[in-house]
Design a protein around this ligand. Structure first.
Ligand SMILES: Nc1ncnc2c1ncn2[C@@H]1O[C@H](COP(=O)(O)OP(=O)(O)OP(=O)(O)O)[C@@H](O)[C@H]1O
Ligand SMILES: [Mg+2]
Length: 406
């Protein structure tokens, strides 16, 4: 799915870029062509004015004479040609070297279709002329400028720009693909994580549901067995705990999650979290160290965090539990340590315990969400959490919450 999306995005961006490139190309080509012709036309007009002026002088001075000559010129060079016609007949000319082109041009000029004050474009045997004309009585004066080199330049410009645009499109396709791949890496990772989370969660729900189903069947055949109801309630309680944790993780994980920071006594909070546990075990099982420790944090989250660590300490410690909670106010942080004398965690497993749904015994029916939620809470407080453990001797979880993060 992600791959398809990445490909679609790359194609879309390349298309957008292609359209932009072509729009720019057409605009710059039009501008280039327009200014080129503008220059040629104004040049032609002033040249015609000069020729007319000369003609006037010659007429006045009586030096006007018929004179038809060929000018050394080629289609590749810019050149102006002048024609003077009296009663439609050429009497004076500076004609192109190319005989065929000159003849055809002259036929056109003698056709009488040109008007004064206008500029015409004519294509004659591969030559391109801009033509302007002015009358002096019955005398017609024509100037024809060969603009073939300009035309060729404009065409070469368009071709080069087109090639450059095609190269740019191919490059942008690859560059776009590379950038899309880079930015999609992160999305792909979190998408995979999310997918695994959902499938793990679904899997975890299946076990208690199967158990509940078998209890229901048992009840069907032996309705008097009321202890089954207690088991059902226990199972439902576990499922509802799991749902609560899943919801909390989903909520806190969301980058928009807001922690409600307040100043409160961590010592008092720890006391209130330990109290219900202490009632269930012999006195001396729990110990709280650290008086008058204050903290700025989200109180509900810290209560959850302590609950998770205490729950584990109790659950993973056998007889003769000794569980201690130490609180310490450092210069710019608060440190919480929860220590037990339980089964311990293998060194190799230490990096995995914060993973969602990870547990030391794969077959055991447990949820494995506690430490993951604990880590999420700690991260929201910009803090750190780590575990130190010795197999058979016990485990200590240490949380450090900075106090200058706001
Ligand atoms: N204090 C501890 N001593 C020994 N092992 C521990 C301790 N705390 C956690 N672990 C190990 O880390 C695993 C993950 O702990 P976590 O709290 O995330 O899940 P859980 O306790 O299995 O289930 P849940 O907390 O969701 O009820 C546990 O299954 C256990 O193997
Ligand atoms: Mg736990």
């Amino acid at each position: 799915m992600i791959k398809k999306l990445r490909h679609a995005l790359t194609i879309k961006y390349t298309l957008i870029l292609t359209c932009l490139l072509f729009a720019g190309l057409i605009a710059s080509f039009a501008a280039y062509r327009h200014t080129g012709f503008q220059l040629l036309q104004s040049g032609l007009k002033s040249y015609l004015a000069e020729e007319v002026q000369e003609m006037r002088h010659a007429l006045k001075a009586g030096t006007f004479a018929e004179d038809i000559r060929t000018v050394k010129s080629s289609v590749k060079s810019m050149h102006n040609f002048t024609y003077v016609l009296i009663d439609g007949k050429i009497v004076r000319a500076e004609r192109p070297f190319d005989e065929a082109a000159a003849n055809q041009l002259e036929r056109k000029l003698s056709s009488g279709k040109y008007k004064s004050g206008k500029i015409y474009r004519e294509k004659v045997k591969g030559w391109r002329f801009l033509i302007a004309k002015q009358n002096l009585g019955n005398i017609e004066i024509f100037v024809a400028a060969n603009y073939s080199p300009v035309h060729r330049n404009v065409r070469a410009y368009a071709q080069n720009a087109l090639i450059a645009a095609l190269i740019a499109i191919v490059l942008s396709y690859f560059a776009g693909g590379w950038f899309a791949a880079k930015s999609f890496d992160y999305i792909e990772q979190s998408y995979e994580k999310q997918k695994r989370f959902v499938s793990d969660a679904a899997h975890e729900f299946r076990t208690p549901l199967t158990i509940l189903y078998s209890y229901a069947e048992l009840l069907e055949y032996a309705p008097e067995k009321s202890e089954i109801i207690a088991d059902i309630k226990d199972e439902i309680q576990q499922m509802s705990d799991m749902v609560d944790r899943l919801l909390a993780i989903a909520r806190y994980d969301n980058s928009g999650a807001v922690a409600h920071f307040e100043r409160f006594s961590l010592t008092a909070l720890a006391q209130s979290v330990i109290k219900p546990w202490a009632a269930l075990y012999p006195s001396g099982t729990f110990e709280l160290d650290g008086n008058g420790v204050e903290i700025t944090a989200d109180k509900t989250m810290i209560r959850q965090l302590l609950g998770i660590l205490l729950d584990n300490a109790v659950k993973y410690t056998g007889e003769d539990k000794k569980i201690s909670v130490s609180l310490a106010q450092k210069s710019n942080a608060v440190e919480i340590a929860v220590k037990d004398n339980g089964i311990g965690i293998e060194r190799d497993n230490l990096p995995k315990i914060f993973d969602r749904f990870w547990r030391a015994e794969a077959a055991r029916h447990e949820k494995g969400l506690g430490l993951s939620l604990a880590e999420t809470i700690v991260n929201l407080h910009n803090g750190t959490i780590r575990a130190d453990s010795t197999i058979g001797a016990g485990t200590t979880f240490t949380v450090v919450l900075p106090q200058n993060f706001r």
